[in-house]
Design a protein around this ligand. Structure first.
Ligand code: 13P
Length: 251
């Protein structure tokens, strides 16, 4: 019903040459994958990656998009610029953007609305910090982030976007949420969307990924959970062998 989607988030990694090397190895390794496969790459690698994956089963993603059509926003990239490069998916509201670059629930919402209006598919990141988790605020944080990100987003868009639950304390730390914990927390997000829209849309249309130290060793267990529809993979997406094993989590 909800097709699994495994996306690599390269973050600020891979020059053009490294992109070429990684994709040369990756393309044949994932050619027979059952899951939808996406790579979200730095702007400077979009052309190279797009050119290499054309005609394959790998889809192209970017790591951010501005909400304005164009204008005086030095250093930013517009949806039209991404579309011109063949981009289909775009990561929005990653915790690193929230932590280091002043991203707020409001700017996330603005980016999401523009991306959807332009025909890009947002991968919207939500997740609590360790402090919030220890303070018993997981539900409060996720309900707020999800609700704000989807403000004024139409029900019809729910199958054109993906939510990624990424507990901040599990990103790049080697600590993974247990599969059960990730599943239960994702259920909170799905329940929030059900309340905002309808139960059926949240169950049938919305795909929710887990992200945070997901790797070849834990992918199968995480993907076996009923609420988890995919993964957003950081470190393990930088090695073709590792990423392909996550993509083909069933062995
Ligand atoms: P890691 O897989 O390196 O923990 O990163 C997860 C992430 O932030 C993906 O967006």
């Amino acid at each position: 019903m909800r097709r699994p989607i495994i996306a690599g988030n390269w973050k600020m990694n891979n020059t053009k040459q490294q992109t070429k090397e990684l994709l040369t190895d990756l393309i044949p390794l994932v050619a027979d994958a059952e899951a939808e496969v996406v790579i979200c790459v730095p702007y400077t690698s979009l052309w190279q990656a797009g050119d290499m994956i054309r005609g394959t089963n790998i889809k192209l993603g970017a790591e951010n998009v501005h909400w304005a059509d164009k204008g005086a926003f030095t250093g930013e990239i517009s949806a039209d610029m991404l579309l011109e490069q063949g981009v289909e998916y775009v990561v929005i509201g990653h915790s690193e953007r929230r932590q280091y670059f002043g991203e707020t629930d409001q700017t996330v919402n603005a980016r999401v609305k523009t991306a959807l209006a332009k025909g890009l598919k947002p991968i919207i990141c939500v997740g609590e910090t360790l402090e919030e988790r220890e303070g018993g605020k997981v539900e409060e944080v996720l309900v707020r982030q999800t609700t704000e990100a989807l403000k004024d987003v139409d029900k019809d868009a729910l199958d054109k976007l993906v939510i990624a639950y990424e507990p901040v304390w599990a990103i790049g730390t080697g600590k993974t949420a247990t599969a059960q914990d990730a599943n239960d927390t994702i259920a909170i997000i799905r329940d929030t969307v059900a309340k905002l829209y309808c139960e059926k849309c949240a169950q049938e249309k919305l795909r929710i990924q887990y992200g945070g130290s997901m790797n070849p060793k834990n992918a199968k267990e995480l993907m076996a959970m009923p609420q988890i529809d995919g993964g957003l993979i950081g470190g393990a997406s930088l090695k073709a062998a590792d990423f392909s094993q996550v993509v083909k989590y069933n062995g």
